[in-house]
Design a protein around this ligand. Structure first.
Ligand code: BDP
Length: 682
């Protein structure tokens, strides 16, 4: 068992549960037709047959006293069974799982306003069985908090994946879209099972080959992929090259205000929609890291995004415009160009100018997916613009799926961050869902961590990050603990020790990773280029704007308004004041906001230098404990999965030591201050 089935294993259930479940699940009543309902039906049959050992019958009319009823709220059978209030409260993709007692028999109703809702209900119902829940008197009502719950694939058509750590692309091979679509289909199932509803299938860095995805040559193939996702309620998007009118359109310019360019994109949009009538829209990385964009023509991001939005509007399409825009040719001596400021500086002045079908996709932090960063102030800054939170499931800076680093706790901190944009409780979750500023679109997007490795994610336990992302995008209020417990039960069964041990490992892992890597929010001490492993000065004197300014006296970036880059001023008063002052700045972000001497005392009572030493020794010990915890599960987890995870954890321990030694040695040599506890530092 290598983990291909991920959390959709549907292992046979224990005897005790079989009888009651079988009673309810041997008959499925389903009378409507649609591709999505077909998928729901197939999932129910597959899951139930596998868990209960008996394939359920699908019928138009019940013949047993107990059965499952599957259908949308509109279907005739549900008339009178679901009250008006409940019906009205179920929004587009919401669903209801309800036990209904009838004189002729009792049924569990799986229903929604749309067939998508029904599909989500089916997956939720299967989850109840898998985790051994009671089916008595069910009344579960769910509505997604976010309209967009999206995945970004950074896949290239040559089969490689930018920042991919789990093999090659499941979408492309040898510059073609794959013909064997089994993996894509199974991926669609995994996405739908956690409520994800949108996917961009190519890298945001669009090279020459992928630029052609919107041509008549390739669109028929893209349409086939769209068909697969559509059956699971997932809308397909493409990343586009802003210079397409030049590269594939034969025009001299890609100026967004040029009438020929506008016409070209309008024609292109109608061509795309001829092939894919429910196409989602374009994802765009422009004027960032050498990608083309409107700047070339003296235009701004709003000009660029709105031009595309106009082209897509008639078809209901969206433009998702990324805010990861900064000057990647910086002079490290010039602190006024602080990279952390860039997204806000570029996009805040444009607030209010974007069309309603444009959404700005904003990375969670102002830099780039470090293990610890403050939340991007752009979330609090924009008021009249749709916003999408961009997270990175793929572990580019967090151990590349060789280290265990479960990101759900990090994401919970991010979405729970109070921007104070409209008084208290203006959390990132509420901003991106659109409720605070009354925006029509918004939600979550995240860079995928899957590839064609048998277990999808390289590290088996990294599946939990994908799973957790989906659940959070649906409902940001879920706790890390709840999501984690569900995932462990679905993946490893309901044994209490297994559940508790793996949950603990996952929940502790981010802090552990943070402990032995770069300290106190400074980030970036990685090898340039591939970003794996420690390299303390790797980026320090280069052009990317990712500096730590360590010298013999101290370390950190002064981003205050009073003496630094002024970045703290991009936040609203309360968070701004908290970060501005050394007294209130949280320890874990201290070096992100302040340049301090190594002898500076943290709130924890330790000096910065002693904290660095201690956390690095501790991190390595904790990594060892992760390995021991896993080792204690021998015999409780099947051999293949057990051995695989163990070998990853062994590598993590070895590598954590390398991190510890390099970081500690560096700071010892810079500062000349010995470890209070006299441990060996090389
Ligand atoms: C960085 C990655 C780079 C991406 C870029 C982006 O290192 O590969 O192209 O972000 O988000 O994290 O566009």
């Amino acid at each position: 068992d290598e983990g291909y089935e991920a959390w959709l294993r549907f292992d046979p259930l224990a005897k005790s549960e079989l009888e009651v479940y079988t009673d309810w699940c041997s008959e499925i009543i389903l009378s409507e037709q649609s591709v999505i309902l077909q998928a729901a039906r197939a999932e129910l049959i597959r899951g139930i047959a596998s868990m209960l050992g008996r394939k359920p019958m699908v019928k138009a009319k019940p013949s047993k006293p107990r059965y499952l009823f599957v259908g949308t709220l509109d279907c005739a059978e549900l008339e009178g069974l679901i009250d008006k209030k409940t019906r009205e409260s179920l929004q587009e993709e919401g669903y209801l799982i309800k036990t209904v007692e009838n004189p002729e028999g009792s049924c569990i109703v799986l229903t929604g306003q749309t067939d998508k809702g029904v599909l989500y209900a089916a997956f939720h119902f299967l989850r109840l069985l898998q985790t051994g829940q009671s089916l008595n008197g069910l009344s579960i009502k769910e509505t997604p908090r976010n309209r967009l719950r999206m995945i970004n694939q950074w896949d290239n058509m040559d089969g490689s994946i930018e920042r991919g750590y789990a093999g090659k692309s499941i979408f492309y091979k040898n510059n073609k879209i794959v013909t064997n679509v089994k993996r894509i289909q199974d991926y669609a199932r995994m996405m739908a099972s956690v409520g994800l509803n949108a996917i961009a299938i190519n890298n945001v860095n669009v090279h020459d080959v992928e630029t052609k995805l919107i041509t008549s040559e390739l669109l028929p193939y893209v349409a086939r992929v769209a068909d697969i996702f559509r059956a699971y309620g997932i809308t397909l998007y493409l990343s586009i090259n802003f210079a397409s009118p030049i590269q594939i359109g034969g025009l001299q310019t890609a100026d967004p205000l040029d009438p020929l360019v506008k016409q070209w994109w309008a024609d292109k949009a109608s061509e795309v929609y001829r092939h894919i009538p429910d196409f989602g829209g374009f994802l765009v990385k422009a004027d960032s890291e050498y990608r083309p964009g409107p700047f070339t023509y003296g235009r701004d991001h709003a000009d660029g995004a709105n031009m595309l939005a106009d082209a897509l509007e008639a078809f209901g399409g969206l433009v998702i415009w990324r805010c990861f825009v900064y000057n990647c040719q910086q002079d490290w001596r010039d602190r006024s160009t602080d990279r952390a400021r860039a997204a806000y500086d570029h996009f805040c002045p444009l607030d209010g100018r974007f069309c309603d079908n444009v959404i700005l996709q904003i990375k969670n932090g102002p830099m780039d997916f470090q293990v610890r960063e403050p939340v991007s102030p752009l979330f609090g800054g924009l008021r009249h613009t749709n916003q999408l939170l961009e997270l990175q499931i793929t572990q580019e800076y967090t151990g590349q799926q060789r280290h265990l680093c479960y990101l759900v706790p990090q994401w919970k901190e991010i979405i729970g961050f109070d921007t104070h944009a409209s008084g208290e409780d203006s959390t990132v979750a509420r901003i991106v869902e659109g409720s605070i500023h009354g925006r029509p679109y918004g939600g979550f997007a995240a860079v995928s961590n899957i590839g064609d490795d048998t277990n999808w994610t390289g590290h088996l336990l990294a599946q939990a990050n994908f799973y957790g992302y989906g659940r959070l995008a649906w409902n940001p209020e879920l706790s890390s603990e709840q999501i984690t417990e569900d995932w462990v039960r679905l993946t490893f069964g309901n044994d209490k020790t297994v559940m508790e041990t793996i949950s603990r490992m996952l929940l502790d892992s981010r802090t552990i990773y943070e402990n032995y890597t770069s300290p106190l929010g400074i980030g970036w001490m990685v090898n340039p280029g591939h970003h794996y492993g420690p390299n303390v000065d790797g980026y320090e004197y280069s052009k990317w704007g990712t500096y730590h300014f360590a010298d013999l006296l101290g370390i950190g970036v002064d981003r205050t308004e009073s003496t630094g880059t002024g970045y703290t001023g991009q936040y609203h008063d309360i968070p701004s004041a908290r970060y501005e002052s050394l007294h209130t700045c949280p320890d874990e972000l201290l070096l992100f906001f302040h340049h301090v001497p190594y002898t500076h005392k943290l709130h924890s009572g330790k000096t910065v230098i002693q904290h660095i030493y201690d956390s690095h020794f501790e991190g390595v010990e904790q990594a060892g404990e992760l390995m021991q915890s896993w080792a204690s599960l021998k015999g409780k987890v099947d051999d293949t999965r057990f051995t695989h995870v163990l070998s990853r954890l062994e590598e993590q321990v070895r590598h954590a030591k390398e991190w510890r030694d390099m970081i500690n040695t560096y700071f010892y040599r810079k500062s000349g201050i010995p470890d209070e506890r006299n441990r060996t530092i090389y």
